[in-house]
Design a protein around this ligand. Structure first.
Ligand SMILES: NC(=O)C1=CN([C@@H]2O[C@H](COP(=O)(O)OP(=O)(O)OC[C@H]3O[C@@H](n4cnc5c(N)ncnc54)[C@H](O)[C@@H]3O)[C@@H](O)[C@H]2O)C=CC1
Ligand SMILES: O=C(O)[C@@H]1CCC=N1
Length: 270
């Protein structure tokens, strides 16, 4: 199926993950997606797969129904200056995955009446498993539905208040790294207790996936599921308490709070 044309400005980790996920989902064909980057070198593989590629942001946004801004926060102002004259606020929907940049920041640089939706996916979007949060301060219900439809094809979406977008960044976007590090640590423990690294990583990853699915598929609470694992005087509670004595939950909570704080400080207007 071919939906509207979409242009992704800044095709790095997130932009390319999004592009791959949209094609894999079947909602977009590669030729309906334009990818921009500062040099075409990093996009060769994508051009070969049928994506449109360009280094000219202003030209690339002209025919887009939906624009996705996916550059780093410090690159935003330059890009918005470049594309301003090519944007049509009456017909185009502007979305941004940039951390710490508000809808208002974008409209101040572009047009007051431009519909802007802030979206916060994570890199699991490449395999259609993203947790994506989105928010707006002016987009219509129809535009929000369009954004939801797009991102529903590459994972699960939730609309939130815009002031919670930096919190969502920490919990869900940075969260991919936090959970991956937990899995990596578990696999290192697995090696210490006797497994080859390759096996230990696979065993830890599948165990983590099973734990997450217990919550998602059964709509269960972590402590309820933990109670089923911890036999009295058993080895689970011994290991779990040892982790807690060493600050396991506290480290995760403090890390998420720090990430959320930094996410809110990433954009400087000038
Ligand atoms: N990586 C992640 O997991 C997530 C990232 N984000 C946000 O997505 C944005 C991008 O992050 P990443 O993809 O990780 O960074 P990245 O550095 O991998 O990608 C940025 C891309 O923008 C390109 N770029 C820079 N200036 C440009 C210009 N003038 N014109 C065209 N392209 C230009 C760079 O060449 C690079 O490929 C950031 O604002 C980040 O906060 C949001 C959610 C998750
Ligand atoms: O680390 C970062 O700043 C970006 C935003 C969320 C995930 N990666």
């Amino acid at each position: 199926m071919k939906a509207n044309n979409i242009t992704i400005i800044g095709s790095g980790n997130m932009g390319l993950s999004l592009a791959k996920g949209l094609v894999k989902s079947g909602l977009y064909t590669a030729d309906a997606i334009t990818l921009t980057r500062r040099s075409l070198g990093g996009l060769k593989e994508f051009a070969a797969q049928g994506f449109q590629t360009s280094i000219d942001n202003a030209e690339a946004v002209k025919n887009a129904d939906i624009i996705v801004l996916a550059v780093l926060p410090q690159q935003v102002n330059k890009v918005l200056d470049e594309i301003k004259s090519s944007i049509n606020p009456k017909t185009q929907l502007f979305t941004s995955v940039v951390s710490g940049v508000t809808c208002k920041n974008i409209k101040e640089k572009l047009y007051d009446d431009l519909e802007v939706v802030r979206v916060m996916p994570n890199t699991a979007i490449a395999i259609q498993q993203s947790m994506t949060c989105f928010a707006t301060d002016n987009a219509s219900a129809e535009s929000l539905e369009k954004v939801k439809q797009i991102f529903d094809t590459v994972g699960i979406t939730i609309q939130i208040q815009e002031e919670l977008m930096t919190s969502a960044t920490a919990l869900c976007a940075c969260g991919i790294a936090f959970f991956l590090r937990s899995i990596r640590a578990a696999s290192q423990g697995g090696v210490e207790v006797g497994f080859h690294a390759h096996d230990a990583l696979k065993m830890a990853a599948q165990t983590a996936k099973g734990a997450a699915d217990l919550l998602l598929q059964l709509a269960s609470h972590p402590e309820h599921e933990i109670d089923k694992v911890t036999s009295p005087k058993g080895c689970t509670i011994a290991g779990l308490n040892e982790m807690e004595h060493n600050g396991f939950s506290s480290a995760m909570i403090k890390g998420i709070k720090t990430s959320a704080k930094i996410a809110g400080e990433l954009y400087t207007k000038e």
